[in-house]
Ligand binder design. Structure first.
Ligand SMILES: O=C(CO)[C@@H](O)[C@H](O)COP(=O)(O)O
Ligand SMILES: [Fe+2]
Length: 224
């Protein structure tokens, strides 16, 4: 079984002290840092870009898990690679040349991820599973933190987990993850859990530690 990864999304952190928030959440037990990049075109929100990620890179050695909600993608991949992202995930819905985008990410020496929206069928993964290191299942419609988990994605996770089989691919879920929703996702085969509001609530390193531990314990319970 793949290790459980807890990936706090800094979208829910205090943007006025991002470097401190990244250090605090890593000290509190985060495995990865999830970076939500939004362009106001693919999604109806604008967050931050490669320069902000580059500024955060010296604050930690933790894996930077970059979720690109931008369209088009390819012109920006090099900038995100140079900014220090480890995983670069593009949306299957973001353009007509998914396979090319994934190849471009690997050619930059980075791990390639593909994200699919709640209403996108998993068959879009059929011909690219050999070209990805991570599959991200959106369990909310992308664009905003703090939304409710869409339960139909749990069944999709089971099907995608079976499709992945024994390939070395991380299976990640993103949106509405809490200690209440994590167990069913874990039971369905998810091993990487993005959580924004459920991690950053409380606003202190002590609360981040308790929040991360609660999500991790819930995921482990779901697996058992
Ligand atoms: O990609 C996205 C939203 O588009 C996510 O990464 C959210 O930032 C997760 O936030 P919560 O649902 O956990 O509050
Ligand atoms: Fe995300």
């Amino acid at each position: 079984m793949k290790p459980i990864r807890i990936a706090p999304s800094i979208l829910a952190s205090d943007f006025s002290k991002l470097g401190q928030e990244v250090r605090d959440v890593v000290a509190a037990g985060a495995d990865w840092i999830h970076l939500d990049v939004m362009d106001g075109h693919f999604v109806q929100n604008i967050s931050y870009g490669p320069d902000v990620i580059k500024a955060l890179r010296p604050h930690t050695d933790a894996v930077f898990d970059c979720h690109l909600m931008i369209s088009p993608t390819d012109a920006y991949l090099e900038a995100f690679a140079k900014a220090g992202c480890d995983y670069i995930t593009v949306h299957a819905e973001a353009g007509p040349h998914l396979h090319r985008s994934l190849q471009a990410i690997r050619a930059l020496g980075k791990k390639a991820g593909v994200a699919i929206n709640p209403a996108t069928h998993e068959s879009v993964l059929d011909y690219i599973l050999g070209d990805v290191d991570l599959v991200l299942l959106m369990s909310v419609n992308p664009g905003f933190g703090g939304q409710k988990y869409i339960h139909s994605v749990t069944e999709k996770a089971k099907r995608v987990h079976a499709m992945i089989g024994d390939r070395p691919i991380e299976l990640e879920i993103d949106g509405g993850i809490t200690p209440e929703t994590a167990p069913a996702a874990a039971a369905a085969g998810i091993n990487a859990f993005v959580a924004g509001s459920a991690v950053f609530k409380g606003g202190s390193v002590e609360s981040y530690r308790a929040n991360i531990s609660a999500i991790r314990a819930a995921a482990e319970k779901g697996r058992a």
